[in-house]
Design a protein around this ligand. Structure first.
Ligand SMILES: *Cc1c(COP(=O)(O)O)cnc(C)c1O
Length: 386
């Protein structure tokens, strides 16, 4: 079945639920066993079904089933945030003395986790250029190769199949932060990746009201990941799983609109005199654009711009007066967002010195002409402050 069909039907079981279309929200800590035999059976299959609330309820499992179907993986594990999905997967496969290859353009809290918690546990991290061949960087003790493509904020597109293949040949597990594609426009498992992580907080939930993460695995990597998730003691909340499952049903139609608006705005911005550079993987000047065309089937609502050399006060005047593009972290909700950023301070393997101030935009579901007007008025304030 095609992804849109999977998104519509995965995780549903109405005829075991009075015919109700959506899975109910089960709130639970204690799960009761009717007999000693049932109790012992549960012991024999520690990662199957409901045992105890922390391990999930049928609501959790419905979401996990749907995300696994979306991503094309073996099984999925819901955790309380996207960052928790990243840290859980890394902890599952790394121990003291191991080496981790981490892409230089990773989400910044992932970098902070490697530099503090993992470093404290004796795991060494090497950051690599997203455009580089990772082959020469692999060491005998490299246990994980972590990818994120397109990269956070600047959208360099990695050659995922090549990196996954090199990792596998070296006996390392490959993991990708697949949040950008929402699992819809990129299929990691078809490109050789072992573990796909999403901040479901972003497009799966899609309404800026839930924190949630998912870790989707191959058959070989499932038990180790699931054990780590259980032992780290995190547990995705049932109401949040319900909202994520509800968001998932409209993921495809929402993302199509986000994509269309962001592309229109990216092309419009390319012709604005205030803008030095537009960053978006569908634009030919994006590093890895050809790979994006080869491996992805679409793009999302994100784009970044490097402005001409404007003073901070001018940028502040632009941002403070925006009406539709609000300032705030995260993205993937229905609303438009804008945020200043400084990519050069978050890199170590590569240099990225922008010629002017940088802004990241998330184009929401508003009418695109209203969004352009908001930006146009913003540019008037920018120029007035020059
Ligand atoms: C937001 C984000 C995360 C973290 O997700 P949270 O749910 O906010 O913890 C991880 N990776 C990427 C690429 C993100 O954009």
């Amino acid at each position: 079945m095609k992804k849109d069909t999977r998104l519509t039907h995965a995780g549903l079981d109405p005829h075991n639920n009075h015919g109700v279309v959506n899975p109910p929200v089960y709130h639970a800590s204690t799960i009761l066993y009717p007999t000693v035999e049932a109790l012992e059976q549960a012991e024999r299959t520690p990662f199957e079904g409901t045992r105890y609330g922390r391990r999930g309820t049928p609501t959790t499992f419905a979401l996990e089933e749907a995300v696994a179907a979306l991503e094309g993986g073996y099984r999925s594990i819901a955790v309380p945030s996207g960052l928790s999905a990243i840290t859980t997967a890394l902890m599952a496969f790394l121990k003291s003395g191991d080496h981790l290859l981490m892409v230089d353009t990773t989400y910044q809290p992932t970098r902070a986790f490697c530099n503090t918690v993992l470093a404290g546990f004796g795991v060494e991290t090497t950051y690599y250029d997203p455009m580089a061949d990772i082959g020469p960087l692999l060491r005998p003790n490299t246990k994980v190769v972590f990818l994120e493509s397109p990269g956070s904020q600047t959208f360099e597109v990695q050659d995922v199949p090549a990196a996954a293949k090199a990792a596998r040949a070296a006996g390392a597990v490959s993991m990708i932060d697949n949040t950008w594609s929402a699992g819809l426009y990129f299929s990691p498992f078809e490109h050789g990746v072992d573990i796909s992580i999403q901040a479901a907080t972003k497009y799966i939930v899609g309404h800026s009201d839930v924190m949630l993460g998912t870790i989707t695995t191959t058959k070989d990597t499932f038990v180790r990941t699931k054990r780590a998730a259980s032992l780290l003691g995190t547990s995705a909340a049932p109401d949040d799983c319900y909202l994520a499952l509800r968001g998932l049903r409209t993921l495809s139609v929402r993302l199509a609109r986000h994509q269309e608006s962001a592309l229109a705005i990216a092309r419009w911005l390319e012709n604005r005199p205030e803008v030095a550079h537009v960053l978006h993987p569908a634009l030919p000047n994006c590093p890895g654009h050809e790979i994006w065309k080869r491996d992805f089937t679409g793009s999302n609502g994100l784009l970044s711009v490097v402005l001409e050399d404007y003073a901070k006060e001018a940028v502040t005047a632009m941002l403070d007066g925006m009406r539709l593009f609000s300032m705030g972290y995260s993205w993937g909700g229905y609303e438009s967002l804008i945020i200043p950023f400084t990519p050069h301070t978050a890199r170590t393997a590569t240099k990225w010195l922008p010629s002017g101030p940088c802004l990241r935009l998330h184009c929401g579901l508003e009418d695109v002409s209203d969004l352009m007007e908001d930006l146009e008025k913003g540019f008037e304030r920018l120029n007035a402050g020059r």
